[in-house]
Design a protein around this ligand. Structure first.
Ligand code: ADP
Ligand code: MG
Length: 204
């Protein structure tokens, strides 16, 4: 399965999402994470773990041609501000597109632009993923979900809570489940696990 994580803006959780989807897919079959972002945050994440923190291989686009055939699953992390061509390539080149959206910053993070582009593409297997969802009693997550459902925009049932454990995971160069002394680490992992299972089950 080839999964691309895409959004108009940076800072919405693309790299965090790509890392954790790759972590899950690696439990099923050999998985490669392609770091398509110029600032290489996924690559740096894996380096902070000294090559032992993440259970899958991370490479850049230039290495993909040589490596792709060895892997069953490929997760592609992308950079912000994709061009129309980038959208089209991602749509054609992937089995599924994951579009992270942060409920609190949806007005400024280009979600509408991203969704308009995707609707222009035919047969786009895209779904919005709510990320960094603030805890109750905050209702921004539920509001955004309702808005997307009303517009008949495909959305993952699972959503990713806003948790400090994700920032610790990035700092330590590990998946969130390996963060020590944080009571929410397993909750963060279960959330991404649920997203990955929806991807696997929703495969056309
Ligand atoms: N669910 C979350 N809860 C809290 N912080 C998060 C969460 N997801 C990502 N972050 C943090 O938000 C920042 C941006 O996330 P990142 O995955 O790098 O986004 P992008 O790749 O879209 O730029 C990072 O500091 C990351 O650690
Ligand atoms: Mg990123």
């Amino acid at each position: 399965m080839i999964v691309t994580v895409l959004s108009a803006k940076g800072g919405v959780g693309k790299s965090t999402t790509a890392i954790h989807l790759a972590t899950y897919f690696q439990t099923l079959a050999p998985t490669l994470l392609v770091d398509g972002d110029g600032i290489r945050s996924a690559t740096k994440w894996s380096q902070r773990g000294n090559g032992k923190g993440l259970p899958f291989k991370v490479i850049g686009y230039a290495e993909l041609a040589r490596s792709a055939s060895k892997y069953t699953h490929i997760i592609i992390d992308t950079e912000g501000n994709p061009s129309d061509e980038d959208f089209r390539d991602a749509t054609k080149g992937s089995d599924a597109l994951v579009i992270p959206a942060v409920p609190e910053s949806v007005a400024t993070d280009g979600l509408t632009h991203t969704l308009t582009k995707l609707q222009e593409m035919e047969n786009g297997q895209y779904r919005v993923l709510l990320t960094m969802v603030p805890p109750k009693p905050r209702i921004e997550g539920a509001q955004l979900r309702q808005m997307l459902v009303e517009q008949e925009i495909p959305i993952f049932k699972a959503e990713i809570p806003r948790l400090a454990a994700f920032e610790k995971a990035a700092a330590e160069g590990v998946p969130v489940y390996a963060v020590q002394n944080d009571k929410n680490a397993q909750r963060g992992w279960k959330a991404y696990e649920a997203v990955a299972k929806e991807l696997v089950n929703g495969r056309a």
